[in-house]
Design a protein. Structure first.
Length: 133
């Protein structure tokens, strides 16, 4: 037995079906938006942790060599400037000793500057990768 379109019961069933369809669509949209928000947050948090981990690895890798180079250079510069006798002894020593002390001081300056240059380059590379992602 078929009902006519003008039947009030038929229009009530149609209205309830339309409401149910709208409710299901809203729930589906809400769920999709929630999944997108969670995914974006998760990716951002994961990238942040990855960058932090890379920075920690970089610090661990170059901490000791840079520290030792800085300490050696500081010790050399202190010895040159703090003791007048040492400075005078260096200036008036024989040529071979004077050249060795000068070369070693230049080596220490170069070593320190090299480690700072390496660290700066690695940091720039890390920053470039951060901004590219």
């Amino acid at each position: 037995m078929y009902r006519k379109a003008s039947d009030p019961h038929h229009s009530l069933v149609t209205a309830m079906t339309d409401n149910a369809t709208i409710i299901v669509a809203v729930i589906s949209l809400t769920g999709t938006l929630l999944v997108v928000i969670i995914t974006v947050w998760s990716n951002f948090y994961s990238d942040k942790r990855k960058r932090l981990s890379e920075t920690e690895k970089l610090v661990k890798k170059y901490h000791d060599p840079l520290l030792f180079a800085a300490q050696d250079l500081q010790s050399r510069l202190y010895n040159i400037t703090a003791y007048n006798n040492h400075l005078l002894g260096w200036m008036y020593s024989d040529e071979r000793r004077k050249e060795n002390l000068s070369r070693y001081t230049c080596f220490l300056v170069g070593q320190y500057l090299s480690w700072t240059y390496i660290l700066r380059r690695q940091t720039q590379f890390l920053l470039t990768r951060k901004t590219a992602s």
